[in-house]
Design a protein around this ligand. Structure first.
Ligand code: COA
Length: 210
């Protein structure tokens, strides 16, 4: 029998309470900066925003930590490799107002925009450390985050990418996210984004081939 001297570390998905994420905020923001390839220092601007989001109604977070198989895992101490969170959308929120005006500019009627935005969960952040990407972890995290939600739909924004050719786009399409607004620009940011939405609960997934 082969003896493995270095145990392979397997990610374990865990719910994160607000105090648990607060205690891991630097670690979580480091994953965000590495995953998005943002310049160092971005995490300092983002920290107060992520902390404020934790107090919003319906906030929920899920992470993935690395543990060693066969070793009784101390999940609190295990290193984080992926993070996702979101909260219930509400009309006073900046993101909600931006999306509402984007929908109107894109031709949505006021009634349809209001109906869509009346009961949704905003999937705010989803990031897997580059070293852990490409193994289905992002999908597991998104499903775990959205699984208990009672809102009618989930909404998110993601940067536009030529041909929708990146992991985020493939993941969102696989999960059933459809176009709400394309080529949308948030106030103060020139980059085009897509606003995507999926009915909740998400449709069940299929096992990856291979
Ligand atoms: C987008 C992101 C969260 C996706 O997470 P991920 O773990 O890399 O991706 P997925 O869960 O979709 O899985 C990736 C691949 O593994 C494959 N896969 C799924 N389950 C698998 C399994 N059990 N074993 C092996 N591979 C598997 C998928 O088919 C997928 O292939 P594809 O990307 O070629 O389509 C992650 O890549 C990331 O953080 N990217 C940078 C930041 C970012 O773009 N965030 C979103 C901004 S809105």
């Amino acid at each position: 029998m082969a003896v493995v001297s270095e145990p392979v570390r397997a990610p374990v998905i865990i719910d994160l309470s607000a105090p648990q994420l607060r205690a891991r905020l630097r670690e979580a923001l480091a994953i965000y900066v590495a995953a998005m390839d943002y310049p160092r220092g971005t995490e300092h601007h983002r920290a107060p925003m992520w902390a404020e989001h934790m107090s919003r109604p319906g906030w929920r977070a899920v992470g993935a930590v690395l543990t060693s198989p066969g070793v009784s895992a101390d999940l609190e101490a295990a290193p984080l490799v992926a993070i996702t969170y979101g909260y219930r959308g509400a009309p006073h929120q900046w993101w909600h107002q931006q999306v509402h005006s984007g929908m109107r500019r894109a031709g949505w009627s006021e009634a349809d925009a209001q109906q869509t935005l009346s009961n949704y969960f905003e999937l705010t952040e989803l990031h897997v450390h580059p070293a852990a990407q490409g193994n289905g972890l992002g999908e597991q995290l998104a499903r775990r985050l959205l699984e208990p939600r009672t809102e009618r739909i989930a909404l998110l924004s993601t940067p536009e990418v030529a041909g929708e050719n990146n992991r985020a786009w493939r993941l969102y399409r696989r999960l059933g996210f459809a176009d709400v607004v394309r080529g949308f620009t948030f106030a103060g940011d020139n980059r085009p984004f897509a606003i995507l939405g999926a009915d909740l609960p998400l449709a069940a997934g299929s096992e990856p081939a291979g």
